[in-house]
Design a protein around this ligand. Structure first.
Ligand code: AMP
Length: 358
């Protein structure tokens, strides 16, 4: 579905979603003299604290969506589970970037893997399952006894996935997903998990931040090291993959591409984040133009900024009780503390992050 394009740079940015990514985007927008209006169902969302206006309503509330659209110049989103229908509806009023092409791909793991493979980006071997029998059949075809199964939609931070270590696990793993549709993926024996954040503006110009190394704890990103301490040629290949994806999907804004690096140096795509990404938070403190500023620039019709870093950095996520680490870091000159203003500390909840400049 085509849409109206921006005829001049936006002065008011609308963001669907009220989490920390929206919050940090709104803060970057403010620095550029751009106001942000947030649309999200939650009360007291982290983004609402720093936005000029918040529309608190459901994503299918057409009246509220229309009012929101009329109040802004351009619209973006900060999380991938925004209904595609919402984006289609909003496009009647104002441009939405990135448009729903990327959103639809990133929301469905079959579409995501198929798209990546179609443009020549390798992924784990994968298959489709609508029942436990399908898993058995696919594993037989592969001659394998282990795999990972994931719900096609709404999975994040390891939620909605199960590991199958032997054929005996199939039934219980399938039941645990509580879904009628899943992807079956071969188990990648990866050595590293890396990611690339790429930005593309309305004029087609592309910038990528240096690939970073990601360490997870309980499937949640715990630490990002920037740049990833890996071979230059490997980093270059990872960057080329992300840039190819950005161009082929007609990106306007920022996306993150999560990748596995195998022991023999192969790079395999795992997941696309159609938005700014947790592994790009270090760019706020280590780059003149952060991923958030670049996202704002690109969707608002400004030229993409140089994605170069002036410092190496390590970003530590503050998850749940990790928030206590703030005390230890607050007297350090090279520690940049970011808190998201979430009222209750909960296990597994991203409360903030600290970027240590090297
Ligand atoms: P995801 O929700 O797809 O990002 O997966 C969460 C985590 O599970 C990843 O960060 C990996 O550590 C692990 N994982 C996902 N897919 C695979 C796979 N095909 N092989 C091995 N590990 C995987």
């Amino acid at each position: 579905m085509s849409q109206k394009s921006l005829d001049k740079p936006a002065k008011i940015l609308g963001i669907l979603g009220g989490g920390q990514l929206g919050r940090m985007s709104a803060m970057a927008a403010a620095r550029l003299g751009i106001k942000t209006h947030i649309f999200c169902p939650e009360k007291e969302s982290p983004a609402s604290h720093v936005a000029a206006k918040t529309f608190e309503a459901a994503y299918d509330d057409k009246q509220a969506l229309k009012e929101f659209a009329k109040s802004v110049d351009v619209i973006s989103y900060e999380f991938e589970n925004i209904p595609v229908e919402t984006v289609r509806y909003l496009k009647k009023f104002k441009p939405v970037y990135p448009d729903e092409t990327l959103l639809e791909i990133a929301q469905h793991r079959w579409k995501e893997k198929q798209f990546l493979n179609d443009i020549g980006i390798p992924t784990a071997q994968w298959g489709k399952a609508k029942s436990a029998d399908d898993i058995q059949r696919v594993l037989d075809q592969w001659g394998a006894t282990s795999c990972i199964i994931k719900t096609t939609r709404f999975g994040y931070d390891g939620k909605g996935q199960a590991k199958i270590n032997s054929l005996d696990d199939i039934t219980s793993a399938w039941k645990s997903l509580k879904t009628d549709e899943a992807i079956i993926e071969s188990l990648v024996q990866f050595r590293y998990e890396i990611s690339v954040i790429v930005a593309r503006d309305l004029f087609g110009k592309v910038q990528s931040y240096v690939p970073v190394l990601n360490d997870h704890k309980n499937h949640i990103l715990a630490k990002t090291t920037a740049p990833a301490p890996l071979d230059d040629s490997l980093l270059k290949r990872a960057t080329q993959m992300a840039e190819k994806l950005a161009k082929r999907v007609g990106l306007v804004g920022v996306l993150g591409l999560e990748l596995f690096v195998t022991k023999d140096g192969q790079i395999i795509a795992n997941e696309i984040a159609p938005r700014t990404h947790n592994s790009g938070h270090w760019t706020i403190d280590a780059c003149s133009v952060s991923q958030f500023e670049n996202h704002v620039r690109c969707v608002c019709g400004l030229p993409v900024g140089k994605a170069v870093h002036h410092s190496d950095a390590v970003m530590i996520n503050l998850i749940g009780d990790d928030i206590a680490l703030v005390e230890k870091h607050q007297s350090k000159a090279n520690a940049n503390i970011h808190l998201y203003g979430k009222p209750d500390v909960r296990a597994g909840r991203k409360m903030g992050h600290i970027t240590i400049l090297k």
